[in-house]
Design a protein around this ligand. Structure first.
Ligand SMILES: [Cu+2]
Length: 669
């Protein structure tokens, strides 16, 4: 069966599934891309919000950020086949997950909490996007997605080769106009767009890729892959600017030795190079009407990452490895308004170099009890390369300076799982890991009309020490997975309003957006459930809750104890009928109001909402077709994460799309 998902029962994890994934614990989740093709999701960030504990941050029609239990941005690791790619934009227009196309992807794996020690910096969790692997023979898979608001997404992937040598390629194009919300207004209306751009393209993204896989020996394989993504005309009503272009390159290579004789069972060496160039301006907004150039403000930003890693699997359940990578980040902002003409190196060409190693041991102590432990040590060095950095800004607002910094930190975790029977498993995990501040949090260097925006050279890495307790219950056609977590984050990096501390030559501003360490807590839980009747009906759903608080720091202007950007409670239920040939599904989604808001950042309370989706699909021979209507009731609603916080606010809250349809065709030859 090519598409077993049309059979409702296939969505319930089987006993076999549970065994082959014995390393996978309750805080790990996966999303298959075929599930994504049953939705109107435009990108990985939007698709992942289907998983319990994951929300998205919408800034426009595409390029949604992944938010895991209130952790986002630098607090999460997003890797593409293990390779690190970073967004170039200081306004987070191009999060890492934006730089991959669905047609490239096989599945996405999420680790919730600080339990992924194989990669540095997985503070709140990690997202690993797994790309498709070519199969022997000649294969072609054209697909076409169509949707409301002029959305088109044709794609073609193909591969050719034998078991020893395979070549693969792919191409995908995505384009859309601005969507309409439940009131019938375009997402651009009210966000300060010039009238002629209210209905201009919301995004246009070309992605092309190619790969080579070779197996000179039965137990050895190597691979080489390259992807270019070229995005243009991306509109961000959430922000004050839009992106005329964003170009990302990803190059990766790896070699694996498996089934080795001796204590070392397998070995994998891999490396990557990724680069992003990003240009954003306000040329489509009314703010540029009286400007001295086509824009009144613009930023050119670029980032590069290069790295290598070695992963080893020994007998007796020992994993060990080492990784090293360097990220460079550089951005120049230009003002051409009547108030200010300036070019500033806002991210002052900063290098961050990180090296670390890890080891993990797990074993079955008894037939029922499995224990695991892991450790990791990292050292990170960060320094400013730009000669034009204005150190007076750091002194004026933070009273500190210094353009380089080294941080060395250890991480650990302990895991236990106890299976009373095949049907009931109990999990307990505790872990502690660290993420280093990024170049923006430490060295941002921006004088602006209104408030300046300044990094904190003395800011310390954040450490998350988290405990998870979960249960996995499975019986005939029924499963239940409850999980609770408590996360204590020391030196959480919070955005705050920093008053000027000392007079410095050339610094005329009195208030800045900056970053400060505060101790914070995030706690909550998730429940996922499913029940099938006669293997054709499946009732499934889940509930996600996260709460956040932080210690006040009145001398730094931090008074409110609510943590900013914490998503509200959310629940989901769906009823699906499926045979091997077709399925139909009705889904309801509800979110509670969010009133725990950070008033220092002028966060606004958000109401709860309820919305419904319907979808159906058929599968015959090489053809799969899915059709759906999302937000059937055409409700107008906003997610809590839909607007930028003070002091950079436009004040505009980006609504969710109103009623919209999608049609996905897929062929496999
Ligand atoms: Cu940008």
């Amino acid at each position: 069966v090519l598409f077993p998902h049309f059979c409702a029962l296939a969505q319930i994890p089987s006993a076999e599934d549970m065994q082959t994934k014995s390393r996978r614990e309750v805080y790990q989740e996966g999303l298959e891309v075929r599930e994504v093709r049953e939705s109107s999701a435009r990108d990985v960030g939007e698709a992942l919000s289907k998983i319990e504990g994951v929300w998205k941050l919408r800034k426009g029609g595409i390029a949604n950020d992944v938010v895991l239990r209130g952790f986002q941005g630098g607090n999460l690791n997003v890797l593409i086949d293990g390779a690190r790619i970073y967004g170039a934009c200081p306004g987070h227009m191009d999060p890492a997950a934006f730089h991959v196309d669905f047609a490239e992807v096989e599945r996405i794996e999420i680790t919730k909490g600080p339990f992924d020690l194989a990669s540095q910096g997985s503070l709140g969790g990690s997202v690993n996007v797994i790309r498709k692997q070519p199969a022997a023979g000649l294969h072609l898979a054209p697909s076409l997605q169509l949707g409301s608001f002029g959305y088109v997404n044709p794609a073609l992937t193909g591969s050719v080769g034998s078991a020893r040598l395979e070549a693969s390629f792919g191409y995908s194009f995505r384009r859309s106009l601005p969507f309409l919300d439940g009131h019938g207004n375009r997402m651009t209306e009210g966000a300060g767009y010039r009238p002629q751009f209210l209905n201009s393209e919301a995004f246009r993204v070309h992605t092309g890729w190619t790969g080579l896989r070779f197996s000179p020996r039965p137990n050895q394989s190597g691979e080489l892959a390259y992807t270019r993504q070229d995005a243009a005309n991306v509109l961000y009503p959430y922000l004050q600017m839009d992106a005329p272009y964003d170009i990302a390159d990803r190059l990766s290579a790896g070699y694996r030795w498996a089934d080795l004789a001796g204590a070392l069972k397998s070995l994998r060496a891999s490396g990557f190079y990724t680069a992003v160039r990003h240009w954003m301006t306000d040329e489509k907004r009314t703010s540029s009407v009286a400007a001295l150039d086509v824009f009144s403000m613009a930023t050119f930003a670029r980032t590069r990452a290069v790295g290598a890693r070695l992963d080893m699997e020994f007998e007796n359940g020992i994993l060990a490895g080492a990784e090293s990578y360097q990220r460079n980040w550089d951005a120049v902002n230009s003002f051409r308004s009547r108030m200010m003409v300036a070019d500033q190196n806002i991210v002052p060409n900063v290098n961050s170099t990180i090296a670390g190693f890890y080891a993990d041991y797990s074993r079955n102590l008894t037939r029922r009890l499995r224990l695991g432990a892991g450790g990791r040590l990292d050292t990170a060095n960060m320094y400013v390369r730009s000669a034009s950095v204005n150190e007076s800004l750091y002194l004026a607002y933070k009273g500190v300076s210094g353009l380089s910094r080294r941080d060395t930190n250890a991480s650990w975790n302990l895991r236990a799982s106890y299976g009373r029977s095949e049907a009931v498993e109990l999990f307990l995990g505790a872990g502690s890991t660290v993420r280093v501040p990024d170049a923006q949090e430490r060295y941002y260097n921006h004088q602006r009309p209104g408030t300046d925006w300044v990094g904190n050279p003395a800011i310390r890495p954040s450490r998350n020490t988290e405990t998870n307790l979960g249960l996995n219950f499975r019986a005939h056609g029924f499963y239940l997975r409850p999980l609770v977590f408590y996360s204590a984050v020391t030196d959480y990096i919070a955005v705050h309003n920093q008053a000027r501390l000392t007079a410095q030559p050339g610094i005329t501003g009195v208030m800045a957006r900056s970053y400060e360490n505060v101790d914070a807590r995030i706690y909550g839980g998730e429940v996922a459930f499913g029940a099938s009747v006669h293997s054709r009906w499946l009732l499934s759903g889940g509930l996600s809750v996260s709460q956040g608080s932080k210690d006040p720091l009145p001398e730094r202007g931090i008074f409110d104890t609510d943590l900013a950007e914490m998503p509200p409670v959310r629940g989901r239920t769906s009823l699906r009928y499926g045979t091997r040939l077709w399925f139909a599904e009705l889904e309801g989604l509800a979110a509670g109001p969010q009133r725990c808001v950070d008033s220092d950042l002028r966060e606004l309370a958000t109401s709860g909402y309820f919305m419904m989706n319907v979808r159906a699909g058929i599968h015959r021979g090489p053809l799969a077709l899915t059709f759906g209507v999302e937000n059937v009731l055409d409700r107008f609603y906003l997610e809590f994460l839909s607007y930028q916080r003070d002091p950079f606010r436009t004040g505009f809250r980006v609504p969710e799309p109103g009623r919209n349809i999608f049609l996905n065709f897929g062929f496999t030859f």
